[in-house]
Design a protein around this ligand. Sequence first.
Ligand code: ADP
Ligand code: ASP
Ligand code: MG
Length: 466
Amino acid sequence: MKVLKFGGSSIADTSGIQKVVEIILRELKRGPFALVLSAMKGITDLLIQAAHRAEQGNRDYHTLISRIKQTHNAAVEGLFSEQKKGIVFNDLEQLYKELRDFLHGVELIRECTPRILDLVMSFGERLSCILMTHYLKQCGVKALFVDARDIIVTDDIYGKAAVNYDETYARIKKRLSGIKQAPVITGFIAATENKVTTTLGRNGSDYTASLIAAGLSAGSIEIWTDVDGVLSADPRSVKDAFTIRELSYEEAMELSYFGAEVIHPNTMIPAVGRNIPIIIKNTFNPEEAGTTIKNEIKKHKAAISGIACIENIVLLNIEGGGMVGIPGMAARIFSILASAAVNIIMISQGSSEHSICLGLKQNEALEAVRALKKELKKELESQAINEFLLIKELIIIAVIGDNMRGTPGISGKLFSALGKALINVLAIAQGSSERNISFVIQNKDKAEALKTIHKAFFHTQIMRKP
Ligand code: ADP
Ligand code: ASP
Ligand code: MG
């Protein structure tokens, strides 16, 4: 039993969907499988924009609904026989109508809460999976549409809900094990115990696939996308990036957490304990071996495995004489930020304890400063803490690899390469796992820094690239 997940980039249009079905038809001969699909490429973004326009009372959201409709209807035109088209259009039309009604409600009340936004976003995966179920049936596959909201149970943190694993696995098993058809399961979406729609975070369909795999005790998870696997760096930024053949779960988690969006970081959680391998493959180049993520990986000589990068970062510097030697100050700062739902991406503190430097997402920085000013009012008034310093337009780069552990000289190589390229480093952090060194630089240095580091660590691999 295998779980195959196809992302939005694979099912972007008629020809992509046909490629996906070729892969599925080949798989049909090999044994049972479950399918997980994302929304068609760009649809989730259009849904979000439509919801925001409706919230502002901008009736332009109808144009966006029309674009969503055109994308799906063009695929139907290209894929279905004349007699089938009517049935498929009809099924999709019901969803467009439901979406229009919801957005009209948003327009009337001029409010789009995260809960409503999750409901609006759910249309992307529902549309793509209904379309694909019909097309698979036309191609002779016994397919069954499955709405993940019936089987994946989460809390009510809308936009990035947390999964109730026990309940989810029990429902997956009950609903899907032993069924004769190939289930076509909506990625990304889920529901609370009370059947309110939630989502698992952007790019979350990968995570859905591994939840399904864990619930069904599958032998493997295949993530089909538009690149040959996890590459040594984002191929849009580094043209010499090459496919990494094998990664440990921890390496994959770190790379994806630090921005390698080819796989969602949570995907590894259900797979790691059960030792289910995750294979990333290219829908448009299926003969390539791809990347396998698993427990025991072959030893390789490179000091690092990959490089990743998070954009739109700010550094928040909290500094002051009153912080020296006072136990619990860092804990207080972290708990204030946690209560304000601000995510701390990176922490760096010098041993003098005079300052703490935090890497945050730009869009959470103002909320962070507001919460800290409120909760640390006394310390600011008595000047135990100075004013907060916010440095903007930064990025975090992380170099990642299990081989870094216990290998001296990696930081030296990294920072001397950056120094030679005249790139200024604003903050550095290394976790005790020694699997990751992350550092902050200015956004304007991104391209040069990635190229420089990639060349410094992967010189031999680049030379061997065909
Ligand atoms: P899908 O639609 O299949 O979910 P995504 O767009 O979410 O695909 O992820 C694939 C994209 O991730 C690639 O096209 C590539 O541009 C980007 N990417 C960023 N970092 C990496 C990396 N290290 N390796 C491979 N792809 C990466
Ligand atoms: N459709 C969702 C998104 O665009 C989930 C996914 O693609 O994995 O984020
Ligand atoms: Mg994705």
